[in-house]
Design a protein around this ligand. Structure first.
Ligand SMILES: Nc1nc2c(ncn2[C@@H]2O[C@H](COP(=O)(O)OP(=O)(O)O)[C@@H](O)[C@H]2O)c(=O)[nH]1
Ligand SMILES: [Mg+2]
Length: 223
C-alpha cells in the first residue's frame, strides 16, 4: 500500500515561530540574549547582580526565566524590583520559541532595549532550540570541570560569548582555566571568553559592556 513520508524537521515549527520573534524584535530594535548553562552555574545570581547595574545605566530591559517547575528564579529577580516573567516548561529540558512568544506577550516590549532569557539549566537541549534570540551566551563555571566545552560542544559552537563564572573558587577547585579556554577555542576559535565572579563582582562590568555594545549595534540595525 502506498503511504506518505513526512520529512519536515521537528524543529521547523519552532524555527518558524523563532523567525517571527526575530522579525518583531528587529522591528522594535530590541536585543535578546539567551543564557545557557548547566544547573547551578550562577545564571540567576548573575542576573541579580547585573540587573540593577543595567537599570543604573538607563537600559530598559525585562528578564524571562525558564525552569521546569518552580518560580524560584523569578521570585529572586522580582525581589529586586526588576521586570520578570517565569516560564515553567512542565519538565521539558529547554525553552522553545512558542514559550518565549507567550512570555513576550506578558511584557510591554515597546521602549525596551533588551530581553534577557535565562534558559532551563542544561548544556545540551537549549543549544538546539532557536528562540528568536540575537545571540546565545554559554555560561560556564569553575565548579563544573574544565572539559565541559568539549563535552557539550554545540552550546559553545552556537554562542557569541562564553562566560566563566565563579573565578573566586579557583583556589579551592581543580579547574585548569588555560585548558578550559583551549577547549573553548578548539570548538569555536574566535569566541570571546570573559571570566567573572558573581560573588566578588570581578568581570561583571566587562559582560555589561559587551551587552551594551550589542544593544548599540542592534539599534544601528546591523544585527
Ligand atoms: N562562590 C561563588 N558562588 C556562586 C557564584 N555565582 C553563583 N554562585 C552560587 O551558585 C549557586 C547556584 O547559583 P544560581 O544563580 O541559582 O545558578 P543557576 O542555576 O545557574 O541559576 C548559588 O548557591 C549561588 O550563590 C560565584 O561567582 N561564586
Ligand atoms: Mg537559575
Amino acid at each position: 500500500m502506498a503511504f506518505k513520508v513526512i520529512k519536515e524537521s521537528i524543529l521547523k515549527y519552532n524555527d518558524d515561530i523563532a523567525e517571527n520573534i526575530r522579525t518583531l524584535l528587529k522591528e522594535k530594535k530590541i536585543l535578546m540574549v539567551n543564557i545557557i548553562s548547566s544547573p547551578g552555574a550562577g545564571k540567576t545570581t548573575f542576573l541579580e547582580k547585573v540587573g540593577p547595574m543595567l537599570g543604573r545605566k538607563g537600559i530598559r530591559f525585562a528578564i524571562i526565566t525558564g525552569d521546569c517547575f518552580t518560580s524560584r528564579d523569578a521570585e529572586r529577580i522580582d525581589a529586586l524590583g526588576l521586570e520578570v516573567v517565569q516560564i515553567n516548561t512542565g519538565g521539558a529540558c529547554h525553552i522553545d520559541a512558542a514559550l518565549v512568544k507567550n512570555a513576550l506577550e506578558e511584557i510591554n516590549i515597546s521602549g525596551k532595549d533588551l530581553i534577557i532569557v535565562e534558559n532551563v539549566g542544561n548544556l545540551v537541549c537549549p543549544a538546539e532550540f532557536d528562540i528568536g534570540e540575537d545571540m546565545k551566551i554559554a555560561f560556564l563555571s569553575t565548579a563544573e570541570g574544565a572539559d565541559k566545552p568539549l563535552k557539550y560542544p554545540l552550546v559553545i559552537k552556537e554562542s557569541k560569548l562564553a562566560v566563566v563564572n565563579k573565578v573566586d573558587l579557583l583556589k579551592y577547585v581543580d579547574f585548569d582555566m588555560d585548558f578550559s579556554e583551549k577547549c573553548i577555542r578548539q570548538i569555536n576559535p574566535g569566541l570571546e571568553v570573559i571570566k567573572i565572579s558573581c560573588k566578588s563582582g570581578e568581570g561583571i562590568e566587562r559582560v555589561l559592556e559587551w551587552i551594551k555594545n550589542k544593544i548599540k549595534i542592534k539599534k544601528e540595525n546591523v544585527l
